[in-house]
Ligand binder design. Sequence first.
Ligand code: PLP
Length: 259
Amino acid sequence: MQTHTPPIILCFSGLDPTGGAGIQADIEAIGQHGGHAAPIITANTVQDTKNVNYFEAIAPGIILQQAQSILMDMPVSAIKIGMLGSSDTAEAIHIILKQNSHIPVIFDPVLYAGGGSSLSKSDLIDAIKRLIIPHTHILTPNIPEAHHLTSDTLTSEHAAQKLNSLGAEHVLLTGTHAKSENVIHELYSDRQCIKSFKYKRLSHEYHGSGCTLAASLAALTAKQTDLVQACQTALDYTYKSLKNAQSLGHGQLIPKRYS
Ligand code: PLP
């Protein structure tokens, strides 16, 4: 048996059969950062590299039992949450978060697929705000998600500040959807932008970029990396995996997470 055990990250994510997004992205990214992913599927999806056509949420009772078994058995150092799909799933995960409030939560509030299809049912936004965001250590919305969650259409800065006020300790707002020449990601804590990260804009569209980023952040947080350094390392890793992304289907490119 090895003496050095990797940090364990409990992941709640959807299954994307293209292998670009969802739980596969988590497992690959977390492995690359030296962590071990304990995967729990929240939803099954029917999709290709262009869009999501259908999804079915997994029964919340199974999700709850799976998480409780893992948490009783393994020393989980971080929890990563991606696609929730339904408010019942959010209720089940909320129970886990309340019982394990010492474990940092990294939450990618997945609401839409890259191709534009909704990955959430209508009452999910309210459940996310009430049940998950107040337990979140780092929230990683993109600009449309930040506006959607806050019903704030003023500025992305205002929306990020509101997400801090709703209880997300830190908000890493990803800037891909802005019209700017470069892509600027911003880290908000206590309603202030404490750091921005600038990257050259890449020309393609990708399937699983947000998942790669949040899973990386979860692994780095589990390793107790300082917040700003964790954001920098996770963003650098995600950028590299997008730059090397491969065209494996007829739609968006799939990040190459293995070096
Ligand atoms: N999780 C699942 C299961 C998905 O199918 C998708 C998109 O298709 C996402 C998350 C979000 O993907 P991205 O990281 O590209 O925002």
